[in-house]
Design a protein around this ligand. Structure first.
Ligand code: AHR
Length: 504
């Protein structure tokens, strides 16, 4: 039987495990807002229409930051439509998703929801159909204390204190020809730079995200980043990256190696940003905001859009995620952590119903999809300093990514508690014995070992009728001796192994 080895040493540190890596995304798309986080009249909704069951699951998921209101939606959005008395708000055509937007939910409702959920808001401004002035207006409404037309309007609407939103996205996927108001890299770069400069005049404490490519397969990828950053580097704090992995073709070997692609994507964006920094003589290293990532059965989207005319909050891309998808999501989280020195923010897309860890039925229950579990466990245990692990692993061949290792790992060391957590994926179709050498941490005991294994039932999903088919299983706790132990990672599995200092 094949086996693998892993050496972990607290001296090999990458950087702090930033809480902002555990972000999510709420877009006005499908039933993410309407019927997801917000459903007035639902038996579980509060007096403001916020679904308490979804709020509870959001807290359990461990989400830190939530991007809003889009996504493609933001590129045609007028934020002013979503504030003030609900009865006065206009109904609009949303061109991104061919939907009627009622505007019953808007900025103030989102801020109330974010406070209840205990998450940091991350706002996006519309640089598709709008420009610098509208971005400034939104920032003044949200962050200026008072005494001006727009800050006083916010106070009149019931929010006396400014919202103090720290993270702002300068548009969304502006490289994509599907985007309303799509631009060339030079057009977008100029606009983003001017919006950024002016926004920081209103509030210098904000951090700004320039749009990178919509994915690594875009024909303009890397050239787009280079041009946009030539214009914006000195004004922004992050460049965005987005990626989705589509399992529709049934090529399990490749989908399990999706993290290899994400890893290369991050390395290439970092190299491009560093190239611009070198040309422009910047000392400050730019970070990535990986503000859309997930598994997505993307080939089904067109059917969803073709099926209907203009309607309110239709069910859109409500993918049922499998046990294999959970392993892939866990591996993507491993990759984000491994790049904690250069990825400062990340947001899984999306939070509720739309390719989401949380599913709901209108008027009915809410439940955890398979992908909920690796996210929740990683957000709970990845605390402290991310450590570089040194795996020695067997390899296998994939159609999409060539020869890849079967084992993928990262470790996080919490200096305060002394605890060490190892996240490990076995992409192999058979169990993988793994020898772990906790070098520099010789007196550790095993605390727990949890596993999501997809080997025996790869297509298992969690449904309303069977919400707990895919959940983490307890495995035999490892027992290190002199800092060494061997564990058995089940076939096709995502695993979390926890160790703590042995008490004297
Ligand atoms: O998350 C769904 C969509 O995917 C977003 O609106 C867009 O930014 C991306 O293409």
């Amino acid at each position: 039987m094949r086996s693998a080895q892993l050496t972990i040493d607290p001296a090999f540190s990458i950087g702090p495990a930033d809480r902002r890596l555990f972000g999510s995304f709420v877009e006005h798309m499908g039933r993410c807002v309407y019927g997801g986080i917000y459903e007035p009249g639902h038996p579980n909704a509060d007096s403001r229409g916020l679904r308490r069951d979804v709020l509870e699951l959001t807290r359990e998921l461990g989400v830190s930051v939530v991007r809003y209101p889009g996504g493609n939606f933001v590129s045609g959005y007028r934020w002013e439509d979503g504030v003030g008395p609900v009865g006065d708000r206009p109904r609009r055509l949303d061109l991104a998703w061919k939907t009627i937007e009622t505007n019953a939910f808007g900025l103030d409702e989102f801020m109330t929801w974010a406070a209840e959920a205990g998450v940091e808001p991350m706002m996006a401004v519309n640089l598709g159909t709008r420009g610098v002035q509208e971005a400034l207006d939104l920032l003044e409404y949200a962050n200026h204390p008072g005494g001006t037309a727009l800050s006083d309007l916010r106070r009149k609407h019931g929010a006396e204190d400014p919202y103090g939103v720290r993270l702002w996205c300068l548009g969304n996927e502006m490289d994509g020809p599907w985007q309303v108001g799509h631009k060339t890299a030079d057009e977008y770069g100029r606009l983003a730079a001017e919006a950024a400069r002016a926004m920081k005049m209103i509030d210098p404490s904000i951090s700004l995200v320039a749009c990178g490519s919509s994915n690594r397969r875009m024909p303009t990828f890397a050239a787009w980043e280079a041009t946009v950053l030539e214009h914006t580097y000195e004004h922004v704090d992050y460049i965005s990256a987005h990626t989705y992995y589509d399992p529709s073709d049934g090529d399990q070997a490749s989908i399990l190696a999706s993290a290899v692609d994400m890893d290369n994507f991050i390395t290439e964006v970092v190299a491009t940003a560093d190239h611009v920094a070198a040309r422009q003589r910047h000392k400050r290293k730019l970070k990535i905001s990986f503000d859309e990532w997930n598994v997505w059965y993307e080939s089904r989207l067109q059917a969803d859009l073709d099926r209907r005319g203009w309607v309110e909050a239709p069910a859109l891309i409500e993918d049922d995620f499998t046990a294999v998808d959970a392993v892939v999501v866990g591996d993507l989280l491993i990759t984000l952590l491994r790049h904690a020195d250069r990825v400062g923010v990340a947001a899984q897309a999306q939070l509720a119903n739309v390719i989401a860890p949380i599913r709901t039925r209108n008027g009915g229950p809410a439940w955890r999809q398979s992908i909920f579990h690796p996210f929740a466990l990683t957000a709970r245990y990845a605390r402290g300093t991310v450590l570089r692990t040194e795996p020695v692993s067997p390899r296998y061949e994939t159609k999409k990514y060539g020869d890849v290792p079967v084992l993928d790992t990262v470790a996080v060391h919490d200096e305060e508690t002394g605890e060490l957590t190892v996240f490990a994926v076995n992409r192999d179709q058979t169990d993988l014995p793994l020898d772990i050498d906790l070098r520099g941490l010789p007196s550790m005991s095993g605390l727990s070992f949890q596993s999501i294994a997809a080997g025996s039932d790869p297509s298992a999903t969690n449904t309303e009728a069977e919400p707990d088919r895919v959940t983490p299983r307890e495995m035999p706790t490892p027992t290190p001796d002199g800092g060494r132990c061997t564990v058995r990672l089940p076939a096709v599995s995502w695993n979390v192994l926890r160790f703590g200092p042995t008490s004297a």
